[in-house]
Ligand binder design. Sequence first.
Ligand code: BGC
Length: 847
Amino acid sequence: MISIRSLFPIIVLWVILPLQGSDSPSAPLRQKASEVEVRVEKLLNKLTLDEKISLIAGDGFDGMSTIAVPRLGIPKLIMADGPQGIRAHGPACSFPSGIALAATWDTHLALLYGEALGREARARGIHIQLGPGVNIARTPLNGRNFEYYGEDPYLTGEMAANWIKGLQSQGVVATAKHFVGNDEEWRRMEIESVMDEQTLREIYLRPFQKAVEQEGVWAVMSAYNKLNGSPSTANERLQNSILKGEWNFQGVVMSDWWATKSVEAIAKGLDLEMPMSYHVTKETVTIALEEKTLTPERINDAVRRLLRMMISMGFLDRKQERRDLPLDSPANQELALDVATKSIVLLKNSPTLLPINRDHLKKIVIYGPNAQDTPSVGGGSGGVTPFHKVSFLEGIRNALPKETAVFYAPMPMSSKFSLSNFLDFTQPVILPARIVNIRRLISVSEKNLTRVTSSKQKVIAISWSSHSPPPNIPKAQEGRVIWDAEIEIPENGNYELLAEGHPEIRLGDKEVGNPESYVLSAKKGDLLPLRVTASEVGRGSGRVSLRIANVPESATGTFPAKGADVAIVCVGLNPDVEGEGYDRGFALPINQQRLIKEVSAANPRTIVVLSGGAAVDMRVWIDKAPAVLQTWYLGQSAGTALAAILFGDANPSGHLPCTFDRSIEENPTFHDYPGTFQKGKEWPVVNYNEGIFYGYRGYDRSGHEPLFPFGHGLSYTTFSLGAMEVIPSGDGYQVSLDVSNTGKRAGATVVQLYLSLPGESTPRPLRELKGFQRIELKDGETQKITIPLSSSSLLYWHPVQNGWVAPQGPVKVQAGFSEHDIHQEIIIPPLLLPTREVLGDNTVTLP
Ligand code: BGC
């Protein structure tokens, strides 16, 4: 029987672990926490107030470091973006993106990935890695999903924890970001995320909690968005009560770049303004101290945290740069390829088209923009410049004998370019749609005043650079530009809006988001109201435009795919459409959709290769495409990894870390994305009304069938699961079962454990992921695996009791190969659960 005592070890361990970080291999000098504290106090006492203030804001000179105090040996800390490689320090190993790592479901690989990144950082003298990103894929449209670990807090937490452990073991600080509720990029600088306490605790805070309590992560980056009314950087409850209070976080809270709104943030728990001293200056801090809105003790606490992190990680006692490490490391290259290969998900393979037998291959045709220009990573601060890169096309060519004829038909990404690049077809001429009655408004905020200018325009377009600021926006300032217009429709049919620079599009009352391409159906004579909004106009250089094009009826004509043994279509997203600062549409550009349909129709041996950080709309072609591979962003070795899977040198073993929606309308967050402008608020608000019922938890409740469920992933072999046994053990349970490879080739699968907690007084998801294990098996082999299930996985946040509670009814444990492919089930009877009597007031609040 489980008693409250069995829960104690978890609680106590969680309090101790952050301190252990300083005593563990992560601190190369292995100093005791108490010794670190003595050194911290000594230094703190020697620092002047000015020096302390200089330490709690970044050095704006390079925007990626802190300020040193040389007289006391306090170094300048160098930071680098990640989390999929070292950015902006010359070329570096470009690892697969976070979502790809998550698709391996391999925690050991996550550890090795973190270690490798740690070595990459040390080779370049970097102290702090700005990763991992542990926000949650609430919607597939979030532009930064590719950097994160998918939709599930347990999977995210496990992958992130191992990544952090690996990175920090090399003497490099990890930064869990973006704290918290930064789950979309639309209006990211100002949006307010609103969610109830249960949703916050069970889903969005969970990975951060694990990073802090289990791995002692040394830095947390607070986000741009507001959460439940307060800006993240000045959110006292999040930073002080939860992070530093309940979770006993000992490290540093830094702001996201330019996210700090005022010096008040320091009083409310922020320790470091990045990238520079803008709001946290000598003047503002002095005034705040005089006015007693900030205390000297709080400044000391922030500095103490910085010093504690530096001393524990050895930054004061050794050089951060390790010259003995290669900048271009063969071991890291190999690891990047291994992760890439293991992350590819075989979504569909009928009738067992893959793997391709290269002995019988005479002619192969390859299509699509991503074949040659294979995206290794999504857009924004996660970008890495690799030393070497293998495109899909090169990877496939390299893997084939010289005699095999490989044809490539290039196609630009967007519909801005015609399919006729490589197709011979004629299109009927139809009258073009027009954007008319265009009025442009420019608003700029200066000294709390908003100045608005308005003018008539001929086109929706604006461009600027540092030499030529946009009209009506003063140099070095930013503004918002809004175009109001109408679309005149000449004929019934489909029309495509083609955007550049990611403006927000609103059609009538419908917020369309920031897609590069959006197709609408309209009737002759329609006059559709259109609003296009460009934010951050004037920052750096840029161009924003929108135009409309007719979508021709289907293409006809000769098609080279027909005679080929195999046709491969490489399509999907890329950094231009999916990245930091902008969300994306669900549909693929119309030309990509048509390309897939037409190649699949011409050749029954067509394989679709998708790039991107989450699902795209596959409805119009999925039934026609016999085989589909999801390849995320695979980093520098994308082509080699893809070829290994295509030709069967590796057996696909990736499983989806996020549900793949059939249609975006069925996604549980559809009605609450991207957000709305509410009366009395100047900023948009996104309400997480779906609560904990998003992703697979939401699909199970609505009864809609997603296109591919969470955890799905096919293989070239087959697996089965034997009977399951659950026994109490240590602080929880051990779940054991036999896994067999029942097919004819070696392969790996992921056994996933889901718990169904009884709903009692509050509705619970049908099942939730609480354990998993990736396992490699030879053909015909059976192995017993044991997956630990901690008793904390039984706890859930009770909305009425406002605390963690343990279930009282029976708990169902299910094992399977995806959330919809459950093979074994067992009940933990109430007798083996912690009882309410034992738990005292029925509520167990985690530390
Ligand atoms: C991003 C962070 C990044 C930082 C520094 C911000 O705009 O949101 O993820 O680490 O810039 O480049």
